[in-house]
Design a protein around this ligand. Structure first.
Ligand code: CU
Length: 133
C-alpha cells in the first residue's frame, strides 16, 4: 500500500474512533474527569491568563509553561488558612505542573516570589487571581 493511502486510512480511522469523533471525552483515568486543568504561560513578567475560576473541593491541575529565556520564575499562593500554601519554581523554558485542591471559596492571589536586581517580579506584573466558587 502506498504511504499516502495508508496515511489517509489511518486518519479516517482516528476520526471515526470514539475518542475523536464520537462526542465522548478521552478518558485517561477514572478520576480524571474531576480534575480541573489549566495552562498558564509564564513569561517575564506576566502570567497568561492571569485569572482562573475553579470549583471548590475538586483537584486543580495547572500546567505552567515558561516561555522565559533566562529568568527563573515561580508560582506561589500564600494562604495557609485556606489550605493554599503553594510555592513552585518554574525554570526558564520549562513546563511545570502544580496540583492542589481548593477547599474554601474566595478569591486568592497567585504571584511570582522571585526578586531580580531591578525589583520583585510581583511588582512588574507577575500576579493574578484564582477564584474558587
Ligand atoms: Cu518571576
Amino acid at each position: 500500500m502506498r504511504p499516502f493511502v495508508f496515511t489517509l486510512l489511518l486518519s479516517a480511522a482516528l476520526l471515526l474512533s470514539p475518542a475523536y469523533g464520537g462526542g465522548q471525552e478521552p478518558t485517561p483515568g477514572p478520576p480524571a474527569q474531576d480534575v480541573q486543568r489549566f495552562e498558564i504561560v509564564v513569561d517575564s513578567y506576566s502570567f497568561k491568563p492571569d485569572h482562573i475560576t475553579v470549583k471548590a473541593g475538586k483537584p486543580v491541575e495547572i500546567m505552567l509553561r515558561s516561555v522565559a529565556s533566562i529568568v527563573p520564575h515561580n508560582f506561589s499562593i500564600d494562604d495557609p488558612a485556606s489550605g493554599l500554601d503553594i510555592h513552585k519554581d518554574v525554570p526558564p523554558g520549562k513546563d511545570v505542573t502544580v496540583t492542589f485542591i481548593p477547599e474554601k471559596t474566595g478569591t486568592f492571589v497567585f504571584y511570582c516570589n522571585k526578586k531580580g536586581i531591578f525589583g520583585a517580579h510581583i511588582e512588574k506584573g507577575m500576579k493574578g487571581t484564582i477564584e474558587v466558587r
